[in-house]
Design a protein around this ligand. Structure first.
Ligand code: 13P
Ligand code: SF4
Length: 319
């Protein structure tokens, strides 16, 4: 604990000295989330992280999360310095959608509006008409559908299937997936529900349809935290990265939170639902980048210019 206290102090000093503010995702280490809270920063889902960074007055943004979150912060704030504890922190959705292949896919369907999930590289966003997040996808797709537009959706096939089912929109889906959420299992979840008849089921829409179908609430990380706070039930089964439990438990101290079953759950891996890239964010790496200036995100001006439009469209649409 002593070592962590020292790290926390070093980070706090640096944030002040460098006119920097932290934004952290709910899946990151609770120590980082707590520091963001204590230092005037922000902990949230990916949409709110983008918005907070955009509105912040500080000259340096420290983004604790994965690479696309840092890139989005840089695209929206090219004049600011954006630091990340580990630039290698990526996302299977981003990795599974290489810009060249994606551009070819779009070129093959020029009549379709290109909608990409936030979890993509800056270069993929540069090819898009709209960016969406899990909390905004259905509303944006409905809006496009009402204008008679046909859609290319990338990269998450499960979120895409869910949005398609909810809206009935004409969507051509890229076949990507999240390594964390695709592991949740429908049959085992049904068994667990039988053992906990009073529990409500909360599911992030990056999960497979067999899991989403059993949900009482499907939503972004913020929506799921809100649900635990607002719904009057003693227990909740939660199908998303277990990093979220820290904030959920704070939001609803008396309630019991149960992890939804994953394929990998076994004696050796009690809980596999944790993103390996989110886990790369740590106090010591954060102290290091603040003290050395390492971990700065760069996006080329050309990509910034093109990627900005789809992101700003979403911010305006959800304002
Ligand atoms: P949201 O926080 O927007 O729900 O997205 C979760 C996510 O995939 C981040 O990895
Ligand atoms: Fe990507 Fe899934 Fe990790 Fe989120 S939890 S960063 S979607 S791999």
């Amino acid at each position: 604990a002593d070592e962590r206290d020292t790290l926390r102090e070093r980070i706090k000093q640096q944030l002040k000295a460098q006119d920097a503010v932290m934004v952290a995702h709910y899946y990151t280490d609770p120590d980082l989330q707590q520091l963001a809270d204590e230092t005037g920063g922000h902990v949230s889902d990916s949409l709110d992280m983008a918005r907070f960074g955009h509105d912040a007055s500080e000259q340096t943004l420290v983004v604790c999360g994965v690479r696309f979150m840092g890139e989005t912060a840089k695209i929206l704030n090219p004049e600011k310095r954006v630091l990340m504890p580990d630039l290698e922190a990526n996302c299977s959705l981003d990795i599974g959608c290489p810009p060249d292949e994606f551009a070819a896919f779009c070129d093959a369907h020029p009549d379709r509006t290109v909608v990409v999930y936030a979890n993509t590289s800056a270069a993929v966003k540069a090819r898009a008409d709209w960016m969406v997040t899990s909390g905004s996808a259905i509303d944006v797709v409905r809006h496009l559908q009402a204008r008679g537009e046909k859609i290319i959706w990338a990269p998450d096939k499960y979120l895409g299937e869910y949005v398609q089912k909810e809206t009935g929109a004409d969507m051509l889906l890229w076949q990507g997936s999240c390594v964390v959420h695709e592991e949740f299992k429908g049959i085992e979840l049904a068994d667990l529900k039988r053992q906990h008849p009073e529990a409500r089921v909360l599911v992030h829409p990056e999960s497979p349809a067999s899991v989403v179908e059993q949900a009482d609430v499907v939503g972004s990380t913020s929506a799921l935290i809100k649900a635990v706070h607002e719904i009057d039930a003693p227990e909740f089964i939660v199908a998303t990265d277990r990093g979220i439990f820290h904030r959920m438990q704070q939001a609803a101290p008396g309630k019991r939170l149960i992890e939804a079953p994953t394929a990998g759950k076994s004696a050796t891996c009690k809980s596999c639902a944790h993103c390996p890239w989110m886990a790369m964010n740590s106090l010591d790496k954060l102290a290091h980048v603040l003290e050395t200036g390492a971990g700065e995100i760069y996006v080329t001006p050309d990509i910034i210019e093109r990627a900005r439009r789809p992101i700003e469209r979403l911010l305006e649409f959800t304002a």
